[in-house]
Write a protein that binds this ligand. Structure first.
Ligand code: ZN
Ligand code: ZN
Length: 259
């Protein structure tokens, strides 16, 4: 599996893009930068879009990929998300005020985008991929809506927590996954902003250090979702952990290959 980081950040600037990871060419995790970071030919090849949660840095480019690809595909983009994420995106983005409701355009029978509900720990098959969604701890609402994903194809499995603070269940399940090749998770704020990380349900380098103890052993860990305004400080603090498993995703438009 190839993981292309279209955008790997927890914010947007000229050089840094919000979260969208493209697996091979057809399976997308989160839609923070899929329109602004890919040309339209590449956008057209996407079949399935997993949404981890409703926050704008993970959903905003859904609006623009629908607009870009309108009338150019013979089937809808299949979006897979938790029920409250669907209702939030429908109510607040595709509401015919902020943006047209592309789930009914050009026709309700053959729309540009179609929403499919995912259920905690219920594996779905999307083409060549097996995807198991697992609730993580972000944002901590009732009902909890944030999902991480375990994605498997052939002899390769990868864990993506997407946004989260300290969490447990995805690590318990991951330890039983065969052929696990990589873990993608997040660190958003530097240690001096621990209180901001706590109230917004994100990690700092200090809390990632503790989280490592719960993760499957000896698997490389890729840290994304750095807030662009604290990127330099985050790189320093993560480097100071002296943990060889950690890879910092400081640049976007990067590809990682796992077999
Ligand atoms: Zn985010
Ligand atoms: Zn978030």
């Amino acid at each position: 599996m190839q993981v292309k980081i279209i955008g790997g950040h927890g914010g947007v600037t000229r050089n840094y893009h919000a979260t969208s990871y493209l697996i091979d060419e057809s399976l997308l995790i989160d839609a923070g930068s899929v329109a602004s970071g890919l040309d339209i030919q590449a956008q057209l090849k996407i079949d399935h879009i997993l949404l981890s949660h409703a926050h704008l840095d993970h959903t905003k480019d859904l609006a623009f990929i629908c607009d870009n690809c309108f009338g150019l595909r013979d089937k809808p983009f299949e979006v897979h998300c938790y029920k409250t994420v669907h209702s939030a995106v429908k109510e607040h983005i595709f509401n015919n005020i902020i943006w047209p409701d592309f789930s009914t355009l050009p026709t309700p029978e053959n729309p540009t985008i179609r929403f499919n509900e995912i259920v905690d720990e219920k594996t779905i098959v999307l083409g060549k991929y097996r995807v198991t969604p697992i609730h993580v701890s972000h944002p901590v609402l009732k009902p909890n809506e944030g999902m991480g994903f375990i994605v498997e194809k052939d002899n390769t499995a990868i864990v993506f927590t997407m946004d989260t603070k300290a969490t447990d269940r995805i690590w318990e399940v991951s330890k039983k996954v065969k052929n696990l090749k990589a873990i993608f998770t997040e660190v958003s704020f530097p240690n001096k902003l621990q209180y901001v990380a706590d109230i917004s349900d994100h990690h700092t380098p200090d809390t990632i250090k503790e989280e490592l103890k719960k993760m499957p052993k000896d698997i490389p860990i890729y840290l994304g979702h750095l807030k662009p305004n604290y990127q330099e400080l985050l790189i320093q603090e993560i480097t100071d952990l002296h943990e060889p498993r950690l890879h910092i995703m400081y640049a976007d438009d990067v590809r990682y290959n796992f077999d």
